[in-house]
Design a binder for this molecule. Structure first.
Ligand code: SF4
Length: 428
């Protein structure tokens, strides 16, 4: 075991000194990525200080629907890593990535009515995990030309993974080309360690940032399982199969980790399992879906508005009873904008009031009527002054508002062009 660890550390040091490409470590807080980061840390500490020149980005993705118990622990750990790196004078940059507002689980499930993901319509992984991390990696590629991504994956995890490793390997080197991201390479220093050896290493070797790995071991014991790997491409093993996935995950038949945590004393998590089970059990029920597909054809469409309102009520009620933030104010605002388009004006705001018996704090939704009135008045004045049809301008403003939730500029400009053409046709 010690021999194997020494070999890995020697390889890490050698690889670090090969070039100037910054390293990006995919850190999920689980046993594999913790082992990887520890080994890199201890290996670099063995190098002469003047040779530690290139940056190491520790990237951790928060899907915003992580198990609250797990994300609390990860947040604390990320802080410890950053503080200790400073003390140890290592060029480590900790970065937490998150999905864009338009891509979050709740904006799509409750806002747009996407049915909860399953293996044939798994709309979540790309939006919640791949896009946020890829955006950060691409940013580093733009700044540095090329980057190396260190992964805590181990080769025997799946045959499919093995095939993909072969396909993208760069000559005889330890690096492989990233399957999707240009100018990015992957390197898997712990690819040959067995699960038993991983645990042995973590139990025997203290963590450079936290002193011991007892809390990690305890979390695993309570959740009795593995971790969710940092998903950075389509070849990463299904994150839905791992035990520390999103608490809303309906891709797996049963959320074993959540149930185990509850069985091991985390009773306050019960409302989450209730919501998740409702999503699994009622996904295919016609009465919760519209009868129109997104392309206009007949079939099981998105959740109807009653279902979306019901889900929002359940979510906010769980949030209130657990005293734990489950949805952000920004997401509530984004959902309202989507619902506005479907003619359900102010419903988010009403549901929030019903659950909390108070208005949404500091949110623009509270002053929606007032702001809209003032804006419309100003637009009408300007239209009059410039002799422009105000109704047409109002239409354009509405289009811009709906698109502002991050659709591309191209999409926005083409909608505006279409509206102008339609108006011109009407006038002729
Ligand atoms: S853990 Fe489940 S819900 Fe989360 S991204 Fe993966 S498949 Fe989707």
């Amino acid at each position: 075991m010690n021999k194997q660890i020494d070999y890995i550390k020697a390889e890490i040091k050698d690889q670090y000194l090969q070039d100037n490409k910054p390293w990006i470590i995919g850190y999920s807080g689980g046993k594999d990525s913790t082992t990887l980061l520890q080994l890199v840390w201890y290996a670099l500490k063995e190098l002469p200080k003047e040779k530690i020149t290139k940056d190491i980005h520790v990237v951790c993705n928060d899907t915003l629907v992580e198990n609250p118990k797990v994300i609390d622990w990860i947040n604390k750990t990320l802080q410890q890593i950053q503080q200790q790196a400073k003390i140890d004078k290592l060029p480590i940059i900790v970065k937490k990535t998150m999905p864009a507002l338009n891509d979050t689980f709740w904006v799509n499930l409750i806002g747009r009515g996407y049915p909860s993901p399953n293996s044939s319509f798994r709309w979540c992984t790309d939006r919640l995990k791949i896009r946020p991390t890829s955006a950060y990696i691409q940013e580093q590629v733009r700044k540095n030309g090329e980057v190396i991504i260190l992964l805590g994956t181990r080769e025997y995890e799946s045959i499919a993974r093995k095939k993909s490793l072969k396909k993208y390997s760069v000559g005889n080197s330890r690096l492989s080309r990233h399957s999707d991201l240009q100018s990015a390479y992957t390197y898997k220093p712990i690819r040959y360690i067995s699960t038993d050896d991983i645990w042995m290493y973590l139990l025997e070797t203290s963590s450079p940032w936290a002193g011991s790995n007892n809390k990690l071991v305890d979390l695993y014991r309570k959740a009795s399982g593995g971790d969710c790997p940092l998903v950075i491409d389509t070849t990463t093993p299904s994150c839905g199969q791992s035990r520390f996935g999103c608490w809303v995950c309906t891709v797996v038949a049963k959320d074993k980790s959540m149930q185990s945590l509850i069985d091991n004393g985390e009773q306050h998590l019960k409302p989450l399992i209730k919501i998740r089970n409702w999503l699994v059990e009622n996904r295919g029920n016609d009465k919760y879906r519209t009868g129109v597909l997104r392309n206009g054809g007949k079939g099981k469409g998105p959740y109807n508005i009653q279902t979306r309102k019901f889900l929002l009520t359940q979510l906010l009620s769980a949030e209130k009873s657990m005293q734990e933030k489950l949805i952000s104010q920004q997401e509530l605002k984004a959902i309202q904008i989507i619902w506005d388009r479907d003619g359900y004006y102010k419903n988010v705001y009403k549901i929030y009031y019903q659950v909390y018996n108070e208005l949404i704090k500091g949110n623009i939704m509270n002053r929606q009527d007032e702001i809209k009135k003032a804006q419309n008045g100003r637009i009408a004045q300007l239209c009059k002054k410039h002799n422009v049809h105000d109704k047409f301008i109002f239409k354009l403003v509405e289009k811009e508002k709906y698109k502002s939730l991050k659709l591309g500029k191209f999409s926005m400009s083409s909608e505006v062009e279409q509206a102008i053409e339609k108006e011109a046709r009407n006038e002729n």
